[in-house]
Design a protein around this ligand. Structure first.
Ligand code: FAD
Ligand code: NAI
Length: 468
């Protein structure tokens, strides 16, 4: 048996590894149990990072194919080498996951490689892929075991023809027809990648709109932009079954409200209907750790479960299933353990879809404000009136800022446009400080920048934009 730890974190994803490093900085003797052969979790290995590597590569491809010529830069038609693309993606991922190993050493966090099981409060059994089990003792346990793709009954994933995001990041050739089930973040990001590389892409969505949690007006605009790029949508439609031959998958579709069935054939099907928390072989139920109806671990404001000494963060608990939220959870949880006060406001967690244009939002949508009966003013500014977007010939989309009608305090912002994911952070900061639209409007913004569109939207809240 090893020396006793102050904290054992189970799961080395962005929630777990960041929590472990912060705990060590705070002077706790810390170990992180991770069963995968690399640290970094879903995000670094099969999520955020590989998907962004492919999105970036496919943007470059589309640029060469469709846009460079507009500036008189004449290049021959681009040719994709999928093997090389995947090698580059792996190199990027490995560089980052190895970096976490280095950070663990630097901060004296022990990586216990193996599957963790909580056998009792203060006791974690670690089973490595090879070799003997060990049990480590600790004061506190932090569960950061993340999530997995939600399965769709009747559509069995084989990660070759019927894939989750993991298989969609590993395809060995461009599909002829990629059918995406679920018009959410994964479906639209991965659909964009393979569409740009030449696949026909059809998105089948159960609801009557895509990205249902996004501000509806932005969601509608986003759908129109994706349609212009050639992505096809079948809304209000459910998939009731799948038949597979060597080269083809045939899906049976039915209107969501019921009615006549139809068939849709493709060579690859991506199932992306959401993710669910993951606790396999963790032993939680034996310990009586409470979970909510959707399976997420229930925690109090200190991230502690109903079992004293067992804490949980990230995708394993309710809230946005995002890497930066998991990180903030992790830091707050261990700072609270160390006696500090910390809190993560989930309303201020930005949400970004890394398509082109990007979609970024923070705070409340117009629908949420209306439902809550909060009176608001709205300022909208299109990128077509922003000089930098025009100089870049990349002016699709708009910035929308929502502010309290009486106090002018910013309540939400929604951006569809180039680099929306970077631009949104100005609003995150202003909202964190309880600032107003006037604060943004009176801040000097560099020219010519895309950020000026944010300033103009803030001016528009008060009906005084300059460039429209
Ligand atoms: P995870 O990252 O899932 O890590 C959990 C870790 O725990 C895993 O490494 C797992 O192996 C380990 N584990 C589980 N059980 C055990 C056990 N019993 N013993 C030992 N180890 C165990 N979020 C963003 O913010 N931005 C993005 O751009 C983004 N893109 C994404 C793209 C895709 C395709 C996917 C699938 C997700 C994406 N996400 C993105 C979501 C993001 O990956 C997750 O929100 C984030 O990884 C959650 O972090 P976590 O630490 O809670 O869990
Ligand atoms: P999602 O929740 O974003 O979207 C799922 C979509 O599938 C929704 O539109 C939903 O209405 C639809 N759906 C549900 N059941 C269906 C059915 N039976 N048939 C057809 N459609 C159905 O989930 P997704 O895309 O799987 O992503 C999971 C999570 O991963 C995201 O919610 C997000 O938290 C995270 N993620 C974040 C990214 C980012 O930050 N850029 C990128 C990728 C994933």
């Amino acid at each position: 048996m090893s020396d006793k730890y102050d904290l054992v974190v189970i799961g080395g994803g962005p929630g777990g590894y960041v929590a472990a490093i912060r705990a060590a900085q705070l002077g706790m003797k810390t170990a992180c149990v991770e069963k995968h052969s690399a640290l970094g979790g879903t995000c670094l290995n099969i999520g955020c990072i590989p998907s962004k590597a492919l999105l970036n590569a496919s943007e470059k491809y589309a640029e060469a194919e469709h846009h460079l010529g507009d500036f008189g830069i004449e290049v021959s038609a681009p040719k994709l080498n999928v093997k090389k693309l995947m090698e580059k993606k792996t190199e990027i991922v490995t560089g980052l996951t190895d970096g976490i190993g280095f950070l663990f050493k630097k901060n004296k966090v022990d990586w216990l490689q193996g599957t963790g099981k909580v056998t009792a409060p203060g006791k974690v059994e670690v089973t490595p892929a090879k070799g003997k089990k060990q049990t480590v003792e600790c004061d506190k346990i932090l569960i950061a075991t993340g999530s997995e793709s939600t399965p769709l009954p009747g559509v069995e994933v084989d990660e070759k023809q019927i894939v989750t995001s993991t298989g969609a990041l590993e395809l060995t050739k461009v599909p002829k027809h990629l059918i995406v089930i679920g018009g959410g973040v994964i479906g639209l990001e991965m659909g964009s990648v393979w569409k740009r590389f030449g696949a026909k892409v059809t998105v089948v969505e159960f609801l009557d709109r895509i990205v249902p949690t996004v501000d509806q007006d932005m969601g509608k605009r986003f759908k129109r932009v994706l349609e212009k790029q050639g992505i096809e949508f079948k809304l209000s439609t459910k998939v009731t079954g799948a038949k597979t031959t060597k080269t083809q998958v045939t899906l049976t579709l039915e209107p969501a409200a019921g009615g006549d069935t139809e068939e849709l054939k493709g060579d690859v099907v991506l199932v992306s209907i959401g993710r669910r928390p993951y606790f396999e072989s963790l032993g939680l139920d034996d310990l009586g750790v409470e979970r909510d109806k959707r399976g997420f671990i229930q925690v109090d404001e200190d991230y502690q479960t109903n079992v004293s000494g067992i804490f949980a963060i990230g995708d394993a608990i309710p809230g946005p299933m995002l890497a930066h939220k998991a990180e903030e959870d992790g830091i707050a949880a261990v700072e609270i353990m160390a006696g500090q006060s910390a809190h993560v406001d989930y309303n201020l967690v930005p949400n970004i879809i890394y398509t082109w244009p990007e979609v970024a939002s923070v705070g409340q949508t117009e629908e949420q404000l209306k439902e809550a009966g909060i009176e608001y003013r709205k300022g909208v500014f299109p990128f077509s009136a922003n000089s930098r977007a025009r100089a870049n010939a990349d002016s699709e989309g708009q910035v929308k800022i929502l502010a309290d009608k009486k106090t002018d305090r910013v309540l939400g912002a929604h951006i569809l446009g180039p680099d929306a994911g970077t631009l949104i952070h100005e609003i995150c900061a202003i909202m964190e400080f309880g600032g107003s639209a006037e604060d943004v409007a009176r801040t000097c913004h560099g020219h010519p920048t895309l950020s000026e569109a944010v300033k103009e939207a803030a001016l528009a809240v008060d009906g005084r934009p300059i460039h429209i």
